[in-house]
Design a protein around this ligand. Structure first.
Ligand code: PLP
Length: 377
C-alpha cells in the first residue's frame, strides 16, 4: 500500500468558481490568476481546465508563463510584475505575454529594446497599496512614453487593492477614487479587482478583473457574503491513520510534549507532516476530519506525521480516512489555527504530495482561445 496522503483537485469546482467570478461581473473579462502553480493546484492542469472559459491567464514570472506554453496553453498571459530583466521582453513579444510596467527601469528597457513587434503593456498605478507602481503624475508620463516608443500596444491601467477583503470600506474607497480619477484622464481600460473585490465590490469591476484565491474555493472576505458562500473547495488534502496510541492521563504526545493527556486518550497518527506542506504552526485544537467526523490535532506537527485525538471516535482506527482540509473542512478554519491565511496553506503543498485530478472537461486551448474572450465578457 502506498502512502495515503494525497491532494484531490476538483476541476469542476475550479470551473464553477471561475464561472461565479464571471457571473458576478458580467461586464468584465476575468483573468484567471494561476501564479504560484495555480496556488498549489497545478498551473497547467488548471489552465487546461479553464481554457474554454478564461480569455487570458495571469502569473508572476516569465518562467511560469513559459511553463504554460510548454503545457500547450496559447492564451495571452499577463506577467503581473512585468519582466525581471530586459532580455525577457524578447520572450514576451514572441509568446504574447502582456507585461505590467511598474518601474522606470522596465519602461526604459522597453524603450531601448529591439523587438519583433509591440508588447501589450499594463501600467501599474500605485493607488495606495504602496508595493509596486507609479504615482498618478508618473503614470501620465509613462503612458506618453509608451505611446511614443512604438514598442507598446493595447495599453491598460491596473492597480491592486490593499483592503478589499476588509469589512471597513474606507481605504478601499480611497483607492477606488484615486484610480477612477486617473482613469478618466488617461482613458485606458482598467484592471482592478482581485478575488475579494470581485466578490464584494461591484464598483471595482472593470474591463478586466483578476480573481485568484476564489478560483480555488477559499473565501478571502473578512465576513462571508452570499457570493462567497457559493464557492466550492478545489483541493482536498487527505490521508489516513497509520497507527493508534493509547495514552494515559499526564502522558505527553510528540515533540516537546506540547500535548499532554488530561483524560485517557486515543491518539491517531496520520501520514502527513510539514515535509508535505502542512503548517507546523498548527496549534492543538486545529480541526481535522476523521471518517467524516470533526476532531482536533493533538501535539506538534512532525515532518512526516501529525497526531489527532480520536478518543471520542471509537470506530476510528488504522486506515481511517483523514481530511486535513477541503471537502467538509474549510481551509480557512485550518489557516486560522495556524495563524495564517488559506493562500499560504494551498501554495505550501510540496511536490511529494501526489495530485489526483477529477473532472474539468479539459480541452485543447488553441481553438477556443478567441471564442473564450467573449464567454466571460
Ligand atoms: C497583482 C495581483 N493581482 C491579483 C491577485 C489575485 O489576488 P487574490 O488571490 O486575492 O484574488 C494577486 C495575488 O496576490 C496579485 O498580486
Amino acid at each position: 500500500m502506498s502512502r495515503p496522503l494525497r491532494a484531490d483537485i476538483d476541476l469542476d469546482a475550479l470551473r464553477h468558481n471561475y464561472q461565479l467570478a464571471c457571473e458576478l461581473a458580467p461586464n468584465s473579462r476575468s483573468l484567471a490568476v494561476i501564479k504560484a502553480d495555480a496556488y498549489g493546484h497545478g498551473a497547467v492542469a488548471c489552465a487546461r481546465a479553464l481554457a474554454d472559459l478564461a480569455p487570458a491567464f495571469a502569473v508572476a514570472t516569465i518562467e511560469e508563463a513559459l511553463a504554460l506554453r510548454e503545457g500547450g496553453i496559447t492564451h495571452p498571459v499577463v506577467l503581473l510584475e512585468g519582466v525581471f530583466e530586459a532580455s525577457e521582453y524578447q520572450l514576451a513579444a514572441q509568446h504574447d505575454f502582456w507585461c505590467a510596467i511598474h518601474s522606470e527601469w522596465q519602461l526604459a528597457a522597453l524603450e531601448a529594446a529591439t523587438l519583433p513587434g509591440p508588447i501589450s503593456c499594463w501600467i501599474k498605478f500605485d493607488s495606495g497599496m504602496h508595493r509596486l507602481g507609479f504615482d498618478a503624475e508618473q503614470a501620465r508620463a509613462v503612458k506618453k512614453r509608451l505611446v511614443a516608443s512604438g514598442k507598446a500596444q493595447d495599453l491598460h491601467l491596473m492597480t491592486h487593492f490593499a483592503t478589499a477583503d476588509s469589512l471597513t470600506p474606507d481605504y478601499f474607497q480611497h483607492q477606488m477614487a484615486a484610480v477612477e480619477e486617473l482613469a478618466a484622464e488617461l482613458a485606458l481600460p482598467l484592471c482592478l479587482a482581485n478575488s475579494p473585490a470581485t466578490l464584494a465590490w461591484p464598483q471595482s469591476h472593470a474591463a478586466w478583473n483578476r480573481p485568484g484565491i476564489m478560483l480555488y474555493g477559499a473565501d478571502p472576505l473578512e465576513g462571508a457574503n452570499d457570493a462567497s458562500r457559493r464557492l466550492k473547495p478545489v483541493m482536498t488534502l487527505s490521508s489516513a491513520i497509520i497507527a493508534v496510541r493509547e495514552i494515559a492521563i499526564g502522558e505527553p504526545v510528540g515533540y516537546a510534549g506540547r500535548f499532554v493527556a488530561t483524560r485517557p486518550t486515543r491518539i491517531g497518527v496520520v501520514a502527513c507532516g510539514y515535509g508535505d506542506g502542512y503548517d507546523r504552526h498548527a496549534v492543538d485544537g486545529t480541526p481535522v476530519l476523521v471518517d467524516g467526523q470533526e476532531t482536533v490535532l493533538a501535539g506538534k506537527v512532525s515532518m512526516d506525521m501529525l497526531t489527532v485525538d480520536i478518543t471520542d471516535l471509537p470506530e476510528a482506527g488504522v486506515g481511517s480516512r483523514v481530511v486535513l482540509w477541503g471537502e467538509g473542512l474549510e481551509v480557512n478554519r485550518v489557516a486560522a489555527s495556524c495563524d495564517t491565511i488559506s493562500y499560504t496553506l494551498l501554495t505550501g503543498i510540496l511536490p511529494r504530495v501526489p495530485k489526483h485530478y477529477h473532472g474539468g472537461q479539459a480541452r485543447e486551448a488553441d481553438p477556443m482561445a478567441s471564442q473564450a474572450v467573449d464567454t466571460c465578457a
